[in-house]
Design a protein around this ligand. Structure first.
Ligand SMILES: *Cc1c(COP(=O)(O)O)cnc(C)c1O
Length: 428
């Protein structure tokens, strides 16, 4: 595949943008080579600066659940832009958005809009601290909750991709208030809770982890956390930035049948516009300003472009529950196909999959946490990534990322993907 124009753009970008990109994973550092510069996308396909077409398994890291440039969303943005792109004052559309979300997801009495998943998670943590009067939080190794200071401890995803252990710029004080435990290890959590009795404000978790590849919660793990949080007066936060409106209309809470106290959203909620949100139970949300004294604000929060994009996409998802059934079937079909060619290759592998989230690890043991994800043969993934890219399949450029399916994918696209994997594996 000719990517001369991308190479040219990448060289040029590095003179004015750090590393040539505005978010690190885009730089292809772990897989090596030149990041593809994109020009446009429609449905399941991306088109790069050289005019090459790719089948997209990143989907802007999740938001494009119905494919790119989904017409109702594009139209709605165009129409509303005429009436101003931001007011910094309340609008009826924000109420409609909040009401819509409340009608779709469990356990959200009040919801506040922000502009990114990072902001949503950092605000939820502040709220949990303000509400409980405690300082510490507990997160899981390999879970990513955005780039706020508190979360950059064993943070998975980009941080793992770049093999950064402790992040310069995060003070020891902040790092000390962040406790960690291995994903799926309820005993380790109990130990931390015992050791820091009455000090932990919140446990935050990706209910299905997507930032160390896709990793499923083992039976009893989330239930155990829920019970422990209730017992110890700890705020239980589901980071549904990835899973929200993706695993089900009501996200992981609905899909897995677990109640959270606070929930954070991003990605799908904005249909590709910068949107995040945090919400939850009234008793806790009551403490956020201006209702309470936990401060949180945003000049562009709830701006009309962001709101109409999210509102239009979520409305479509709410009114067309078949989308989730179709995504489920496509995910299962893809998994089966991947299994077939991987088995034939003789290379030890693990596929983790739930709904429209899926990933491959080259490992001969189950991948259930960050340690098992890290000890997989990720170099093999990196080689495979380029072979797939050459065949027009755009996978996330790191073994530490989940693939995201969009419902714009056809079975023909899935077959092509499986075939490309078969060919790629034969070249390894
Ligand atoms: C992407 C992601 C975030 C951060 O969202 P941004 O919009 O990139 O700030 C937080 N949590 C999870 C689980 C994510 O996948």
């Amino acid at each position: 595949m000719n990517i001369d124009r991308s190479k040219e753009l990448f060289n040029r970008a590095q003179a004015s943008i750090p590393g040539g990109v505005n978010s690190p994973v885009r730089a292809f550092k772990s897989v090596g080579g030149t990041p593809i510069f994109l020009k446009k996308a429609k449905g399941a396909y991306l088109y790069d600066a050289d005019g090459n077409r790719y089948i997209d398994y990143i989907n802007s890291w999740g938001p494009m659940i119905l494919g790119h440039a989904f017409e109702p969303v594009v139209k709605a943005i165009q129409e509303i832009a005429e009436d101003s792109t931001s007011f910094g004052a309340p609008t009826e559309l924000e109420i409609e958005m909040a009401e819509l979300i409340k009608s779709m997801v469990p356990n959200v009495d009040l919801i506040r809009m922000v502009s990114s998943g990072t902001e949503a998670c950092m605000s939820a943590i502040r709220l949990a601290r303000g509400y409980t009067g405690r300082n510490k939080i507990l997160k899981f190794e390999g879970c990513y909750h955005g780039h706020a200071d508190s979360f950059l401890v064993k943070a998975g995803s980009g941080v793992a991709t770049f093999n950064i252990q402790t992040v310069p710029g995060v003070t020891a004080g902040v790092a000390n208030d962040t406790l960690t435990a291995p994903y799926n290890d309820i005993d380790a959590v109990k130990q931390q809770v015992d050791q820091h009795k009455g000090e932990i404000a919140a446990i935050i978790v990706e209910p299905v982890a997507g930032n160390m590849g896709c990793i499923l919660p083992q039976p009893g793990f989330l239930e155990g956390l829920r019970q422990l949080c209730t017992q110890e007066g700890i705020v239980f936060i589901f980071d549904e930035v990835m899973t929200g409106f993706r695993l089900a209309k009501g996200g992981a809470q609905e899909r897995l049948g677990i109640d959270a106290d606070l929930v954070t959203y991003g990605k799908v909620i904005g249909a590709g516009m910068p949107v995040g949100a945090f919400g939850g139970k009234l008793e806790i949300m009551n403490h956020i300003a201006p209702l309470g004294n936990v401060y949180q604000a945003g000049t562009l929060s709830g701006n009309p472009l962001a709101m109409i994009a999210g509102f239009t996409l979520l409305t479509h998802l709410k009114n067309n529950p078949t989308v989730y059934k179709e995504l489920e079937e496509k995910g299962t079909y893809l998994e089966k196909g991947l299994h077939n060619v991987l088995k034939a290759s003789g290379i030890p592998y693990v596929i983790n999959h739930l709904g429209s989230m899926i990933s491959i690890h080259f490992s001969n043991k189950p991948v259930i946490d960050f340690a098992s994800a890290s000890t997989a043969k990720n170099n093999l993934f990196n080689t495979l990534f380029h072979k797939m890219l050459d065949r027009g399949i755009y996978l996330p450029p790191s073994a530490f990322e989940s693939w995201f399916l969009s419902n714009a994918l056809t079975y023909e696209d899935l077959d092509k993907t499986i075939e490309a994997l078969d060919e790629s594996l034969k070249e390894l």
